[in-house]
Design a protein around this ligand. Structure first.
Ligand code: TYD
Ligand code: MG
Length: 472
């Protein structure tokens, strides 16, 4: 790409920078606000440590003098995406969006292209679909005429074509669908080669860092979750998002967007969508999504956990099944909750409740297929395992949260009052959790417990000894 000049044209209204003078700022739409502003020289391609990637000053400067990037965010127009990004699309950032084919990456980014809060152009580069196919998807998504006008489509994976188009259209958001189709005609290699993909991605990343734009790179991930190629790009980009799922307890078509790396926000937040006739729609209240509607008494082996996903509380039904071990060693089958965690909780139950589990195979599931990594789910997991092994059902409309230590103690968890309130709002009138650390009144019937023994008593009543080893 072209070498950066010693000056840029900066908009006096919004601070947006352009390499060429324009009568109207493409970002804020103001007229005659771009003025020549000096920048320090940028060194040549391939020398990232010496000032490429948007840090145009190779000399050190006091931290206090650095222009904070914070605040330079553009809303994507999709709240769930903004939430995962940490409050919108950061300018000069590069976001890798990974996921299995068919999960909805192209749909998500075309919707974001149409709704992004920028008046400038959006360049949608597709090496996989024809312009006609993209237009058809746009029509299906109901993109308005303004959005269709603003989105420039280029169907090519050739980096030289893409660069030409970028120089011509000066986009503020660039979407590459997908990195696997990028190649350089000059380098003469075929698409898909790793160094080729890295080289092309680096070119694009460098451009957006220098031009106040943002870049989305779509990356396909294979069924077994291997991202051999795109994984090699993770260190080069600012944010890595994964789009996954395809299920919900209610049988809907539900997808999760998670950040696994984010230089500009937390990686705790998830975005939840459903795929419908008109593309992806946000799930505004996901708290009920992972529950199974049940009437009357619960079957044994089922417990409801109140878990935190970022800033939201979700109620999730955890299901456990024990069956006598088929081999000489018992095994844990659990792909929603880490198996090592399940084994640890089972060992704590065996030790502190004298309930034999080591001769049992354990099967664990979470309704709706959500993966749970939060420690607050451990007490509910313990209750589900206990219930499965003893054949005793948990009381209906009871929610559980707590961190279980190896010593059998129930330890405090983050944001207990919020979890209790969410459960109460959803009709869960009783809650068993760790002793609250403040005297704040909790809604509904709350029972604070110190250890697993107290929790089991609170949930099942004093356990009848006969139930301890039945059914085997
Ligand atoms: P797509 O965005 O093409 O997935 P990816 O880019 O990750 O491969 O979405 C694919 C699926 O979504 C496809 O099976 C069709 C479906 N879909 C809908 O159900 N509704 C819609 O409005 C759109 C655009 C797609
Ligand atoms: Mg696609």
């Amino acid at each position: 790409m072209k070498k950066q000049k010693a000056f840029v044209y900066r908009c006096s209204a919004c601070g947006h920078e352009e390499q060429k003078w324009l009568g109207r700022c493409p970002e804020c739409g103001e007229w005659n606000t771009l003025a020549e502003t000096a920048v320090s020289p940028v060194v040549k391609r391939g020398m990232p440590s010496q000032g490429r990637r948007g840090e145009p000053n190779p000399e050190s400067i006091p931290l206090a003098a650095v222009d904070p990037q914070e605040g330079k965010r553009v809303p994507s127009g999709i709240d769930e995406l903004d939430r995962v990004l940490g409050g919108g699309i950061m300018k000069r950032s590069c976001i890798l969006v990974g996921g299995e084919p068919g999960i909805g990456k192209s749909t998500l980014l075309l919707q974001a292209a149409a709704l992004a809060g920028t008046k400038g152009r959006v360049l949608y580069v597709s090496g996989e679909e024809s312009a006609g196919q993209i237009r058809m998807r746009g029509d299906r998504l109901g993109l308005d005429a303004g959005a269709q006008q603003r989105i420039e489509v280029l169907c090519s994976g050739c980096i030289e074509d893409i660069e030409r188009s970028i120089e011509k259209t000066r986009p503020l958001v660039i979407i590459i669908d997908s990195v696997q189709t990028l190649y350089s005609a000059e380098a003469g290699l075929s698409p898909g080669a790793l160094n080729q993909m890295r080289f092309c991605a680096w070119e694009l990343i460098s451009w957006v860092k220098e031009h106040d734009a943002a870049l989305f790179l779509v990356a396909h991930v294979t069924k077994d979750g291997l991202i051999a190629g795109p994984k090699a790009l993770e260190h080069m980009v600012d944010t890595v998002l994964y789009f996954e799922g395809n299920f919900s307890a209610a049988g809907g078509d539900c997808r999760f967007l998670r950040a696994v790396k984010n230089r500009f926000g937390s990686v705790d937040e998830i975005g939840i969508f459903t795929m419908g006739e008109k593309g992806l729609a946000p799930v505004e209240d996901p708290s009920l999504l992972f529950l199974v509607r049940r009437e009357g008494e619960l079957p044994p082996g089922v417990a409801t956990a109140a878990v935190l996903e970022g800033s939201r509380t979700l109620l999730v039904e955890i299901q456990a099944l024990t069956s006598p071990a088929k081999g000489s060693m018992s095994r844990v089958f659990s792909d929603r909750i880490d198996s090592a965690r399940v084994s640890r909780v089972a060992a704590a139950i065996e030790k502190h409740l004298a309930l034999r589990l080591s001769d049992q195979d354990l099967y664990i599931n979470a309704a709706g297929g959500i993966k749970i990594s939060e420690v607050g789910a451990e007490l509910a997991l313990a209750a589900a395992i206990y219930s499965a092994r003893t054949g005793l059902s948990l009381p209906a409309k009871t929610c559980i949260a707590g961190d279980l230590s190896l010593t059998g103690e129930v330890r405090p968890i983050r944001r207990l009052p919020v979890r209790v309130r969410t459960a109460a709002n959803l009709g869960y009138d009783s809650f068993v959790g760790p002793l609250p650390d403040s005297a704040e009144a909790l809604p509904g019937r709350f029972t604070g417990v110190k250890n697993i023994g107290e929790a089991i008593k609170a949930l099942f009543g004093p356990a009848p000894p006969a139930a301890r080893h039945s059914p085997s």
